[in-house]
Write a protein of this length. Structure first.
Length: 184
C-alpha cells in the first residue's frame, strides 16, 4: 500500500491539469486593478486638460477689452464677468459642471499693477478666482511690469479603485492661467 501511495503522490505532482486556472486566478485580479487604474487616471488627466483649457479661455476673455461701441473700455467687473462666462462655457463644452468648481483656498497672493497692493478674487463668480489687473512680472526698478489677468480654480474628481487607498477618495484638481492684459 505504501508503494501505491507514493506512486499516486508522484503522479499528482507531475500532473499539470488545472494549473492554467490557478495562474489565471492569481493574475486576473491584478490585471483588472491595473486596467481600472489606467482608466481612472486617464479620466483625471482628461479633466485636468479640460479645466486647464477653461482657465486659459477665461483668462483670455478677461484680458481682452470688449468694445461694443468703441467709445470706451469695459470696467473690470465686466471683464471679470466675461472671464467667468468663458470658463463656464468651456467647462460645459467639456461636459463638466461649472457649479462644482471652487476657488482655491487660500487664494493666490498677487499684486496689483497700479499700486502693488494685493488683489483679491473678483466677487462676480463664487466658483472661480479671477484677479485683475495683476503684475505678471516683478520689477525691481519701481516701474510697473506687465499687467494681466489670473484665473484659478479647482475641480473635484473621485477615484474608484476598490481595495486601494484611493477608493472613493475625493481629489481636487487645480487649474490656473495668466494672460497679459490687452489694450485698445
Amino acid at each position: 500500500m505504501r508503494t501505491s501511495m507514493r506512486s499516486v503522490a508522484a503522479e499528482l505532482a507531475r500532473d499539470v491539469h488545472g494549473t492554467e486556472i490557478a495562474e489565471a486566478a492569481a493574475v486576473l485580479p491584478i490585471m483588472f486593478m491595473i486596467l481600472l487604474g489606467i482608466f481612472w487616471f486617464g479620466q483625471a488627466f482628461s479633466i485636468y486638460g479640460a479645466i486647464t483649457r477653461a482657465a486659459q479661455e477665461g483668462a483670455r476673455a478677461g484680458s481682452i477689452a470688449y468694445c461694443a461701441t468703441c467709445s470706451g473700455k469695459d470696467t473690470l467687473a465686466q471683464l471679470d464677468a466675461n472671464a467667468a462666462a468663458a470658463i463656464t462655457a468651456a467647462l460645459q463644452a467639456s461636459q463638466l459642471n461649472p457649479l462644482l468648481a471652487q476657488p482655491p483656498s487660500p487664494a493666490p497672493t498677487l499684486l496689483s499693477c497700479q499700486d502693488s497692493t494685493p488683489v483679491t478674487c473678483a466677487g462676480g463668480s463664487a466658483n472661480f478666482c479671477i484677479q485683475s489687473p495683476i503684475q505678471l512680472s516683478s520689477s525691481n526698478t519701481g516701474a510697473t511690469g506687465l499687467c494681466g489677468v489670473s484665473v484659478t480654480f479647482q475641480y473635484p474628481f473621485q477615484f474608484w479603485l476598490p481595495f486601494t487607498s484611493l477608493n472613493k477618495q475625493l481629489v481636487w484638481i487645480q487649474a490656473s492661467a495668466r494672460v497679459k492684459q490687452e489694450t485698445q
